[in-house]
Design a protein around this ligand. Structure first.
Ligand SMILES: *Cc1c(COP(=O)(O)O)cnc(C)c1O
Length: 384
């Protein structure tokens, strides 16, 4: 295959060359003054993207580690939590909680929308004894392309007058979709490096509120690697309790600089615009977007439903073989039924148009019934 591969899965996302070059540096002593400066810069700098002035813990791990960290630092075996079945990732987070002996009240969902604030409020209002210790929601459900309205869920928790912790997974939305840890009074924000942050896999995050720190001091869950206490203590000097992923932190420093140069509001607007153009293409093809609620359609990916009787994975394989483009597979309940177009990481108008051309030609090559003109529809939207 000639030329650059089009990586249009919704994470890991394409990495800007500038970040790759920042990572390609000699390793340094992680107990040195030079490291402490890097540590302090990224630990302070990443607070902006979370919208917080409170501590952000950085782990050398995939996002799944930060999911586990949120649970083991705040909860105790036998606790009850409330979660919403938005898709595959919400289901995986629930399974982790269950393995730690947490009872999960799982509000069922059809995988075509975000979490319902009214349903969350009703569950909390019913819980007069305050047995529910945490509400746990996925901000951007990467398996379906549906976002949940975090500000409204915050209001629902407050309207019910419930003291539960609020924990939000922003692994695929952070630095691409508007998010406000402090303003929305989120207690633990979980995130990861390889999606909106434009970095390789390998870093994960917990932004932690004072209320979450208080919960950590009374939590009875065994933990070691994920323990916030030792992390936060050493982070004060720019250090970590164990070897950090030094070169990924160089990358993080560069990613934060890029986000600052563009301006977060402009970054969010760029993703919304590309997402609108992607959806215009899907509509022109005569195909259906999985997320049924327009206001909840994700700025970072679009999950497209295959026409009845056509296998999404066969289509993806043909698009890859013919046009060197990777598209996201359907996960869990929607395996084989949807494909996902990522528009996150390093992306602009032409990278999207190239990807949409790959999809449109792939649909033809795989004999999937569709109308032509998706790329034209996207270009019409991006022209002005
Ligand atoms: C990718 C993703 C995860 C899992 O992250 P890993 O880095 O693969 O462990 C969890 N939640 C969401 C919303 C994701 O997009």
């Amino acid at each position: 295959m000639q030329g650059r591969h089009f990586l249009n899965i919704p994470g890991p996302s394409p990495i800007p060359d500038r970040i790759l070059r920042a990572i390609a540096m000699p390793i340094i002593d992680h107990r040195s003054a030079a490291f402490a400066e890097l540590g302090r810069t990224v630990l302070e700098g990443c607070k902006t993207v979370f919208g917080t002035t409170q501590p952000v813990v950085i782990y050398p791990s995939s996002g799944t580690g930060a999911w586990e960290a949120a649970i083991v630092n705040t909860l105790s075996p036998g606790d009850t939590v409330l979660m919403a079945e938005t898709g595959h990732f919400a289901t995986l987070w629930k399974a982790i909680a269950a393995r730690f002996g947490i009872e999960v009240a799982f509000i069922p969902g059809d995988w075509r929308r975000g979490a319902d604030p009214d349903a969350i409020e009703a569950h909390l209002a019913d819980d007069k004894a305050h047995r529910i210790k945490a509400v746990m929601v996925v901000h951007n459900e990467t398996s379906t392309g549906a976002t949940s309205r975090i500000a409204e869920i915050r209001r629902a928790i407050d309207a019910a007058g419930h003291p539960a912790l609020f924990m939000v997974d922003t692994i695929s939305s952070l630095a691409s979709v508007d998010y406000r840890h402090d303003e929305w009074q989120v207690d633990v924000t979980v995130s990861g490096s390889q999606k909106g942050l434009m970095l390789p896999p390998g870093l994960s995050f917990n932004a932690v509120s004072q209320k979450a720190l208080a919960a950590a001091s009374s939590s009875r869950m065994a933990r070691s690697y994920w323990d916030w206490q030792e992390m936060i203590k050493l982070n004060a000097g720019g250090f970590f309790p164990y070897t950090p992923a030094t070169n990924l932190l160089y990358g993080l420093r560069e990613a934060l600089a890029m986000l600052q140069e563009e301006g977060l509001a402009n970054v969010f607007a760029r993703h919304r615009r590309l997402a609108d153009a992607c959806r215009a293409a899907v509509q022109a093809w005569g195909l259906e977007v999985l997320c049924e609620v327009p206001a909840e359609q994700s700025p970072v990916l679009t999950a497209v439903m295959m026409p009845e009787g056509h296998d999404a994975d066969r289509f993806r394989r043909i698009a890859l073989e013919r046009f060197n483009i990777s598209l996201g597979s359907g996960l869990g309940k929607v395996a084989g039924k949807v494909f996902r177009i990522g528009h996150l990481g390093e992306c602009n108008e032409l990278s999207l148009i190239g990807a949409l051309a790959g999809v449109e030609m792939g649909l033809a090559a795989a004999d999937v019934p569709h109308q032509r003109g998706g790329v034209d529809a996207a270009m019409a939207l991006l022209r002005d």
